[in-house]
Structure formats: structure tokens, C-alpha cells
Design a protein around this ligand. Structure first.
Ligand code: BMX
Ligand code: ZN
Length: 325
């Protein structure tokens, strides 16, 4: 049995054929068209190409940023250039008569981790994806938390400072406005643009807009003061947010995914130290911060997990029970 997994990102649409044990057999990636008509045509073409000749397709699973109604597959909220797609049902863009499931990209990542990765057998998990933005998903008492409108779990929009920088969601001082790749790159851009002394200025003086988060972490590892300041301040804020989340959800583990996690020990060690001292008064135990364990981190396999989990996996698509009659 195979399922088709699709990850819709702001820059790329990635898709692949995924086996029941999470292996990707074939994959395709294209640039995300901004025009809604072109977007729909391109998505349908990718799906058709991958599905051709596949007799036993369990269905199509789709991960997409924003607020996705998992019951109807409708895109409810999608800030940014793809906003015209709000109101579209993703299932209607799939030109096949097979089941279609869709969810927010970070929730999809947790579905994959439950089936094949670090969340296997767990009932209390907090997951954060540290990428362009900061995605989040929560498993509490064995259930995905969705809230009333499917917004729950958007941990990137946890307010750290009421007067902080403006965020894509319209709020000020969200975690995502401090720790995401976008936020780190914006801070480095400002510093280089104003000529601060740094290897980043030496390297990107002509094109500060080309600085990537990875460049900041690399410069910090080389000992550059400015890069260290940016990295360490952002890490401290992330740690403060995670400490708050531990106090709220008391999870068994915290799973960290997304491109910034590739920084490895340079991120994880200071993060663990900071989280530990902030939480030792209440928790009296060390909560493991682990990176995503499933082999595929592209979002493709996680999206396919939405289909497999329905056939007996642990991804639950029921809203959390309030216990009220
Ligand atoms: C944003 C939000 C989340 C998403 C997260 C990670 C939008 C458009 N996105 O917080 O829904 O899960 O980013 O997104 O509201 P990524 O771009 O880092 O993959
Ligand atoms: Zn926000």
C-alpha cells in the first residue's frame, strides 16, 4: 500500500509516493506558483504524474502552512503571497478519486513522528518546526489539540513580548518574530546594512538580502561577535518559549524540526541548558529536546502519514474531547 504525500510551501511544492513504512519511492518538486490558477494546474499535474500507473493508492495527504480545516480540507487562513487560496478546498484540487486528507504542515510533521519517529507510543508531545516560520503541534493526553477553529498548536504565535516586532499574523512580539529563519535573517540584514563590524558585513556588504540563517550560525561558530549575539539572543528567547510550553503542557518530549535544527549542538546544547534552569523549579525532571526522527523531513512522508494513520496509526483526527455532555 502506498500513499501520495504533498507538502505545499511558500517557495516549493514537494510530493512523493510513500510506502506504509515511510519510505519515499518517487518524488517531484516544483516552484510554488503565486497565481492561484497556475497553482491549481501545477498541483494537479504533479499529483497526476506521480499517481500514473499506481493501482493501489490509499489516498493523497497534503500538508500546508496556515490554518487548514482537517475535516473539509479547506484552507481557512493563509497569510502571505498565497492568500488568494484562502477558501479553497484542497481535496478539490486533487484530480483522482481517492481519499484526500489535509492538515497544517507542523501537525503533519507530528503525524509522521507519531507513526515513524520520536513520538511513537507517546501521549504528551510538543513539536516545533524551526524554519522560515515557526510551526507547532501538540499531542496532549493522546489527542491532537485543535481548538475551536483549528488554530490551536500555532506555537510560533506565542507572544513573548507585547511590544516586540510585528509578526506575519498581525500580533507583536510572537516567538516567530524572534527565532525563525526570517527573523534571524532580518536582524542580520539590518546589522550588515548599517555596516556593523562582522564577517557577515565582509561577506554580504553588497547584498545583505542574500544572508541566510545558516550563514549567521556559521559565522557564530567561527567566533564572530555580531553573529553570536544574534544567534544567542534568538536561542534564549526560544528557550524561554519552550520553558513556558513545558509548564503549560508538561510533555514527555519536545520534538524540534525544520531547517534551523541542522545547526545541531550549537543550537541544542545552549537551548537545553537554558530550558533546564528555567523549568527545574516546577518540573523536577529533564524533558528531552530531540530533533525530528523520521527519515524524511521534507514533509512528504508526514503528509502520507495522514492516510496510513487512519488505517490504525496513532494520528487522531478527532478534536480534543472536552468531557462535556
Ligand atoms: C507560520 C504559519 C504556520 C506554519 C509555520 C511554519 C502561516 C502562513 N504560517 O507560523 O501555519 O505552520 O509558519 O511554516 O500562517 P514554514 O513556512 O516555516 O514551513
Ligand atoms: Zn504571530
Amino acid at each position: 500500500m502506498k500513499a501520495l504525500g504533498v507538502d505545499i510551501g511558500g517557495t516549493r511544492i514537494k510530493a512523493g509516493l510513500v510506502t506504509r513504512d515511510g519510505k519515499i519511492l518517487r518524488r517531484l518538486a516544483i516552484e510554488t506558483p503565486i497565481d492561484p490558477g497556475e497553482f491549481k494546474r501545477a498541483l494537479a499535474a504533479v499529483i497526476t504524474q506521480l499517481a500514473t500507473g499506481e493501482e493501489e493508492l490509499a489516498g493523497v495527504g497534503i500538508g500546508c502552512k496556515g490554518i487548514i480545516d482537517y475535516e473539509t480540507t479547506r484552507i481557512e487562513v493563509l497569510p502571505g503571497l498565497l492568500r488568494p487560496l484562502e477558501g479553497t478546498r484542497l481535496s478539490e484540487l486533487v484530480p483522482l478519486s481517492v481519499p484526500v486528507r489535509a492538515d497544517n504542515d507542523a501537525k503533519v510533521a507530528l503525524a509522521g513522528e507519531l507513526l515513524w519517529g520520536a513520538a511513537r507510543g507517546r501521549r504528551h508531545v510538543v513539536l516545533l518546526t524551526l524554519g522560515t516560520g515557526v510551526g507547532g503541534a501538540i499531542l496532549a493526553e493522546g489527542k491532537f489539540i485543535r481548538g475551536v477553529g483549528g488554530v490551536a498548536g500555532h506555537l510560533g504565535h506565542y507572544t513573548l513580548d507585547p511590544d516586540g516586532p510585528v509578526c506575519i499574523c498581525g500580533n507583536h512580539g510572537c516567538l516567530e518574530a524572534y527565532f525563525s529563519a526570517d527573523a534571524i535573517e532580518a536582524e542580520a540584514f539590518r546589522a550588515v546594512h548599517s555596516g556593523c563590524i562582522s564577517v557577515l558585513t565582509d561577506r554580504f556588504r553588497q547584498h545583505p538580502e542574500r544572508i541566510r540563517c545558516r550563514d549567521v550560525f556559521e559565522a557564530a561558530a567561527e567566533g564572530d561577535e555580531l553573529a553570536r549575539l544574534i544567534r544567542d539572543r534568538a536561542t534564549r528567547r526560544l528557550a524561554a518559549a519552550i520553558a513556558g510550553l513545558l509548564h503549560i503542557f508538561d510533555p514527555e518530549i519536545v520534538i524540534l524540526g525544520g531547517q534551523i535544527v541542522e545547526a545541531g549542538a550549537a543550537l541544542l546544547e545552549p537551548l537545553e541548558r537554558e530550558v533546564e534552569w528555567r523549568t527545574r523549579g516546577l518540573l523536577r525532571r529533564k524533558v528531552p529536546l530531540v530533533t525530528q526522527q523520521m527519515e524524511d523531513r521534507s514533509g512528504i512522508a508526514g503528509a502520507a502519514a495522514l492516510l496510513f494513520a487512519e488505517n490504525g496509526g496513532q494520528y487522531t483526527q478527532s478534536p480534543i474531547s472536552t468531557g462535556a455532555a
